[in-house]
Design a protein around this ligand. Sequence first.
Ligand code: UD1
Ligand code: UDP
Length: 367
Amino acid sequence: MKVLAVYGTRPEAIKMCPLILEMKNRPEVKCVVCLTGQHREMLDQVNGLFGITADYDLNIMQKGQSLADITSKVLQGLDKVIDKEKPDVMLVHGDTTTSFAAALAAFYRNIPVGHVEAGLRTYNMKSPYPEEFNRQAVDLICNYYFAPTETAKEHLLKEGKNHSHIYVTGNTVIDALKTTVDESFSDDNIEWAKGSRLILLTSHRRENIGENMKHIFEAVNAIVDEYPDVKVIYPLHKNPRVREIAYEYFRDNDRIRLIEPLDVYHFHNYIQQCFLIMTDSGGVQEEAPSLGKPVLVLRENTERPEGVAAGTLKLVGVEKESIYRGVKELLDNRKTYIKMSKASNPYGDGNASKYIVDALLKAVRRV
Ligand code: UD1
Ligand code: UDP
């Protein structure tokens, strides 16, 4: 079976690399890897860590790229790769524009598509934007659904997807997490934060860039001003629009460190070492429950209700006041903190890659 695995951004890479390594271990699978290069440095960082070299790289990234730029370049570039490789199946991941355009390219060529992390939903096309559209569109045209949880499977069933093509596998991010966390980890930043309560912050969502991000950063500044024992580390996304706002708000505070994107080994260990997380990231919402770290989600909704049900995630929205109150509650109230710090893992047993390859082999042979 020839599988064309396509991905282009950091979160896709983190969750596809364990799966690619699994496929490369199976003699019955020939795995061809195509990067779109929607991200560059942040993508190469992950591939480097997992030791993955791509067979193709569309290398599409440009500064300030529009959704139309990404979609059209991926569609055109992949069409040629599909024509040359003629895979039995294409695998895409999640909800990025790479995933959507790649699935569409396969659909146009009548190549079956498997969707890793299928079935996540907010049912709000504006939030997250454009990710809710992307994942629904992929699920509309794909043939095999690898749902991380029963909740995701229920969404797919409700939408009338074929029951026998849905596989609940867990999330491959847990596979990755098994290999990265090291109890004895330390580095300069972690040493700097010793003796303080460390907040790990990330924010990059398209719909938060602008006013929302300003509210988030104002809330962070208010907390740091009020609590002398709090320090913040913010690994900045490479998006220049995000960096501009972050530098404007955080330039002069010696208890807030703006740093370059961490590789995932370091980032997972920062999660392990921090006091709490503030984020609008999707992937981080899946990792933190396993490590028992409270997460304040800087969004109005989430497609990861499992973490909310587990008690680890709390939606605090994008208003300064609600964010400030959410953080203050965790800093002041030991009971709330302990309640949110219980480790729980709704995302499988860390063997999702194996289950996906097993299911794919069965499904493709059946056709
Ligand atoms: C993309 C995904 C989003 C995902 C996020 C993960 C879409 C529409 N969005 O958003 O779902 O949550 O990745 O991080 O698919 N840049 C660099 N180097 C990099 C990466 C980005 O310079 O390694 C800069 C470029 O100027 C680029 C900009 O960041 O134009 C934005 O990148 P883009 O992929 O368009 O959007 P993200 O916000 O990263
Ligand atoms: N991450 C990382 N380095 C960082 C920040 C995040 O490796 O400096 C990882 C994090 O562990 C998670 C993934 O990136 O697995 C999430 O990616 P991102 O927040 O860019 O995208 P999203 O998940 O929101 O689509």
